[in-house]
Design a protein around this ligand. Sequence first.
Ligand code: KIV
Ligand code: NA
Length: 278
Amino acid sequence: MSLFKISPYGLREKKGKEVIVASTAYDYTSAQIAEAAGVDFILVGDSAAMVMLGHEDTFSIGMEEMLLFCRAVSKGAPNTIRIGDLPFLSYQVSKEQAVYNAGLMIKEGRCHGVKVEGGEEVAEAVEAIVRAGIPVLGHIGLTPQRAAELGGLKVQGKTIESARKLIKDAKILEKAGVFAIVIECVPAELSKVITEKVNVPTIGIGAGPFVDGQILVFHDIVGLFKRFRPKFVKAYFDGFGAFKKALEQYIKECKEKVFPSEKESFSLSQEILKELLE
Ligand code: KIV
Ligand code: NA
C-alpha cells in the first residue's frame, strides 16, 4: 500500500472552484472519522499539545510526540492528504534543522507535507524545505508559536501596518513555494484581500467566509474540548456530553448488575461445569 498516491499540490487547483475543508486529527480513530467524512486534508496540529496532552499552549510539544500522532493519523487516514505541524523550535534554529525535521514528518510520520508558522521570518526555511521535495503549508495571522511576541492570542491585522505586513507575508510565502496558506484570527475583509492577492489557496480559521477553505480543530467540531472555546469555533455536536452520558450509563449498569448480561458473557458446557463442581 502506497501512502503517497496523492499530493498537497493538487489542492491548488481547487482555488476559486471549490471550498477546501480540513480538520485536524491526532490519532487513528479521529483520522478514520475525518477520512470517512471526506475532509480535503488533515492537519496533525500542534494543538495536540492542548487537546491530547492537556498542556497550556503549543510550546510544550516536540517532534517526538508529533511524530507519534502523525504515524497514528497516517494509519487511520491512508487515503487523505496529511500535513504534519512542525512544533516550536523544530524549524526556527536553522534551515538545516528545518529540512531535517520536515523530512522526519514524511519519513517517520508518513505525512504528505508540513506546516510552519510565520511569514517573512520563515521564508528561507520554507524555501529549503520545498527544495527538499517536501510540500509546505504556510500559517499567518495568529501564530500561537509566536504568542510571546504577539502578547497573547488575539485577532491580528487590525492596524494598517499589521494588515500590510500580513499581505506581504502571504506573497512572500507564495514565492517561497507553499501549496496553501492558513490564515488564523484575521478580520474577514483582510483575509478577502489576501485571498485575492495570492494564487495559492487560503485556508481560514477565524478568518471569515471570504477565503478558499476552512479548517477547525477536530475536538472543537465535535464538542469534546471544554477548557476554552474561541469565538470562531462552531461545535456541531456535544461530544463531551454524549460520551459522558454513555460512561454514566455504563457505571450505572455495572453497579446495578445489568451489565454484563448473558449476551456479553461466555458460557461453559453443563457437563464440564458439573464435573468441575464434583
Ligand atoms: O495546531 C493546529 O490545530 C493548527 C490549526 C488550528 C490551523 O495550527
Ligand atoms: Na498549530
